[in-house]
Write a new protein. Structure first.
Length: 391
């Protein structure tokens, strides 16, 4: 079942909440999507009941593809998410208005037993994972797909299983002419076995806020993720990790960056780098806004020191560093995202120090008196994998 999952909404120090939403278009020959919404925390439903639709999810409806959306545009209000299937032109590109639609998806109303009513859209900082199941294939193979975000929908209610979403069809004109509100796929472009990431970056309106980079520059950046096993691993330690980096920040200081993982250990009460920084992404020109590292970097880290590990964002060509005179790197502590924090609805966000992860950086460094990294700098972490289970 097509299930939207809000992995976590986090900043450098602490997350704000986590939730899971779901739905699934069926795979009949007629174009009638049947999303099935579920609302629960990442760990468990808040009321102790199974997610709506989870119990009757067919065993022959596996997850075939995955799209993860990072809402990294600071001036957008909470966004509702819709998925549309469009007729394709001779180039395979979507044309006209949606023939079928699923959604809208957003934050569920906990007082609604049916888990259909929505209280709001997903806020700035949300990382929303959209698994595409076998029964959703027509959105991408029979039609050309567009995922789009809008400020509001009416009614604020998920359309339900087996129903074409007229609400999302009505919302389409609000997103149609704004490139930063759409994730567009040609017919057949999203293949079975692939995972993609997309980030709504920049600001829709003009702005002097540093994180907006001048504003009037909203864009939807997307890339296919590397799901292969790294050919080599750098560093030392008992844990193996694959990391792929995405730069979704419009902040002028975060353009043309080289990224490194810096293992650190505590010695005499002080944090000391544990070996040289391990290169993650950069290349010939560094990683600028909207770019995703083309390959996953393999690293070895020591499990005993993971709580101190840092992500270093360094201006392209500069020497990565943790501190000291002339140090230009921004050091982001990774553990708050990896270890997990208790979410308001119960359970925890974050991921274990293992597997194949994507680090999506956005926001900015503190630039004003009283600003803390926790309020302005964000790091979204999610697994780059194609689940085979039927959760």
């Amino acid at each position: 079942m097509l299930r939207l999952r809000l992995i976590h909404v986090v900043s450098v120090v602490a997350p704000t909440f986590a939730a899971v939403l779901g739905g699934c278009p069926d795979n009949d020959s007629a174009p009638d999507p049947s999303p099935d919404a579920a609302a629960t925390s990442d760990a468990a439903p808040t009321d102790g009941s199974p997610p709506d639709g989870a119990a009757d999810a067919p065993v022959d409806d596996p997850i075939e593809r995955v799209i993860t959306l990072v809402l990294s545009s600071p001036d957008l209000p909470p966004q509702f998410v819709c998925l549309g299937g469009f007729r394709a032109d001779e180039r395979g590109e979507p044309t006209g208005d949606p023939v079928i639609a699923g959604g809208p998806f957003g934050i569920p109303d906990p007082s609604d037993p049916a888990k259909r009513k929505l209280t709001s859209g997903f806020p700035y900082g949300a990382v929303v994972k959209l698994p595409v199941r076998l029964h959703d294939a027509k959105f991408f193979d029979q039609f050309a797909a567009i995922g789009y975000v809008v400020d509001d929908v009416s009614p604020r209610e998920f359309a339900g299983s087996g129903n074409d979403s007229e609400t999302c069809k009505r919302a389409w004109p609000s997103a149609r002419s704004v490139p930063g509100r759409k994730l567009v796929f040609k017919r057949g472009e999203l293949h079975v076995g692939e995972a993609w990431v997309a980030g709504a970056t920049g600001c829709e309106g003009p702005s002097t806020a540093p994180e907006c980079g001048g504003g009037s520059n909203l864009q939807m950046a997307s890339a296919r993720l590397d799901l292969g096993t790294p050919s080599a691993y750098a560093g030392a330690g008992d844990l193996s990790l694959g990391i792929q980096v995405a730069n979704f920040s419009a902040f002028s200081g975060f353009q043309s960056l080289d990224f490194y993982l810096q293992p650190v250990h505590v010695e005499g009460g002080a944090k000391v780098p544990d070996g040289a920084p391990i290169a993650l992404a950069g290349g010939a020109a560094g990683l600028s806004r909207g770019r995703v590292a083309g390959a996953t970097a393999g690293v070895h880290v020591a499990s005993a020191d993971t709580a101190e590990t840092l992500l270093l964002a360094s201006p392209h060509g500069s020497t990565p560093c943790v501190s000291g005179d002339g140090c230009k790197s921004v050091a982001v502590p990774v553990e708050p995202f990896r270890a997990g924090y208790a979410a308001p609805s119960g359970g925890a966000t974050g991921a274990a120090w293992s597997g194949h992860q994507v680090f999506a950086l956005f926001g900015k460094i503190p630039t004003a008196t009283g600003e803390t990294p926790a309020s302005v700098l964000h790091l979204g972490i999610f697994e780059a994998e194609l689940p085979t289970a039927n959760p």
